[in-house]
Design a binder for this molecule. Structure first.
Ligand code: TGC
Ligand code: FAD
Length: 393
């Protein structure tokens, strides 16, 4: 596998084990069938238990029996899963970074004990509801409300969350909503997180139809029609937009690594194809035009990967800033998006089929470029960081 600057030479034995376990899972359990799942528009739910058994869900968190692996090992896991398909990485990163992370970081002991073991094992699936029909890039304008009832005994949640990964298969949702009146949890208008059992009356999910990207992933709308939850459904440890945005930083970190895996898979596929495929009396890899594409792909992969490795160092030291994660998410997804198209082109007609991964990765990257903050939003986050002037409005 491409590792042009020998970055993996420094991996610990634990990191190698995690990388190899995930790589083997992808080779044995994902790669043979992912084209069919993609065509059918299905997420392979039968893999969730195995993914839990292999500690793919939030192994970086420190709680109970969770392994508490380092940031680099976690990044390598995301890299390998996305080399298989973005939908597989997405399921794991939503479960880990967007559901288990807020419960572990901001949740009560009861919330942790109720949900973390089941989410870790894959016995339960979680989703994260932030985006709404009228509020995507600007979630702080969300309209979903949490209205207090019975003198603060509980809340009624009302609103619609859309484009929610895992929603159609979720047992629990971390839902972000604005308090509609002053309560012990904050003044009216304050954003709070709620841990919602999706079996509650009024909570329904429907599948998003017509996706031409991220097809091997369950995406849906989460409708909250007067869902009554007890007061202890509130995540006690965080208030305001910092809650959801801090979760996004965790997931964006995983995406920065995952995109490197997709790029590598495109490179390896193109290299193998170019050395096998013969035209004009020999392998197409002997043409300078094809070598130029491979050289560029390998270089782009290497620069993106270096950025991911550096993020891991900073994260392990506790020095990583969200803006640095934005830079890596933006850059590494751009690389994957561009290079997947080049790989597809190198495979000629075969490149447009599900028999080979590049077109699937290219299509997936349209989602990855858009979710967790669009490329434009990360550009503006960097712009603000570099100039001190916010240009969102
Ligand atoms: P702003 O006023 O800038 O900040 C509010 C508070 O939050 C803090 N903060 C962050 N903390 C951690 N990580 C970050 N990335 C943070 N960004 C901001 C900030 O310090 C402040 O804290 P405090 O203590 O002062 O209150 O927030 P804003 O509301 O103006 O937001 C600005 C903006 C546009 C950057 C933000 O809204 C944004 O990132 N928008 C993009 C929306 C987005 O990414 N949505 C993703 C939805 S989830 C998803 O796509 C899942 S797909 C997953 C999958 O399938 O893999
Ligand atoms: P909009 O915000 O309407 O943006 C439209 C265009 O305008 C974009 O090009 C954008 O970059 C641009 N734009 C917006 N604001 C500005 C600005 N200030 N300056 C310049 N340009 C701007 N959300 C969740 O909450 N949970 C999930 O699990 C989840 N999973 C997803 C899975 C999939 C498959 C997809 C496609 C999306 C998912 N999302 C999820 C939603 C995702 O986070 C949003 O789609 C994303 O934040 C963008 O919001 P939007 O689609 O409403 O686009």
């Amino acid at each position: 596998m491409l590792d042009y600057l020998d970055l993996e030479a420094d991996l610990t034995s634990e990191e190698r084990l995690i990388r190899d376990t995930a790589r083997e899972f992808v080779e044995d359990r994902v790669r043979p069938d992912v084209g069919d799942w993609y065509e059918a528009g299905e997420f392979p739910e039968h893999l969730i238990g195995t993914m839990g058994d292999l500690d793919f869900f939030a192994p970086n968190l420190e709680w109970g029996d969770l392994p508490g692996i380092g940031a680099r090992a976690y990044g390598l896991l995301m890299q390998e899963l996305e080399a298989g398909d973005s939908g597989i990485r997405s399921m794991a990163s939503v479960q880990g970074a967007l559901v288990m992370y807020p419960i572990a970081t901001y949740g009560s002991d009861d919330q942790k004990e109720r949900w973390l073991p089941d989410l870790a094992s894959g016995d339960a699936v979680g989703c994260f509801g932030l985006t709404e029909p009228e509020h995507g890039s600007n979630p702080s304008a969300m309209e979903t409300t949490a209205a207090p009832v019975d003198d603060g005994e509980g809340y009624v949640l009302s609103g619609t969350k859309i484009w929610i990964t895992n929603a159609p298969i979720a047992d629990v949702a971390v839902v972000w909503a604005k308090l509609s009146a002053d309560t012990e949890h904050g003044d009216a208008g304050t954003v709070r997180g709620f841990v919602v059992d999706t079996a509650r009356d009024g909570c329904t999910a429907s599948e998003q139809e017509g996706k031409l990207s991220m097809r091997a992933s369950a995406t849906g709308e989460l409708s909250l029609s007067g869902v009554e939850v007890p007061a202890d459904a509130v995540l006690p440890g965080v208030s305001g937009m910092k809650g959801p945005l801090s979760c996004l930083t965790q997931a964006r970190y995983g995406i920065a690594w995952g995109a490197v895996g997709a790029t590598r898979d495109c490179f390896e596929t193109a290299r193998e194809y170019a050395t096998d495929r013969e035209q004009f009396g020999g392998p197409i890899a002997r043409f300078q035009l094809q070598q130029s594409k491979l050289a560029e792909m390998a270089t782009q992969h290497t620069t993106a990967r270096q950025m991911a490795f550096r993020l891991a160092e900073l994260k392990e030291r506790g020095e990583l800033r969200p803006q640095q994660v934005s830079m890596a998410k933006r850059h590494n997804v751009r690389v994957a998006r561009d290079q997947a198209r080049i790989a597809r082109e190198m495979l000629g007609a075969n490149g447009i089929t599900t028999d080979y991964p590049p077109m699937r990765h290219a299509a997936n990257m349209e989602t990855v470029y858009t979710y967790e903050g669009t490329d434009d939003i990360h550009t503006l986050i960097l712009g603000e960081d570099l100039t001190g002037i916010a240009a969102f409005e």
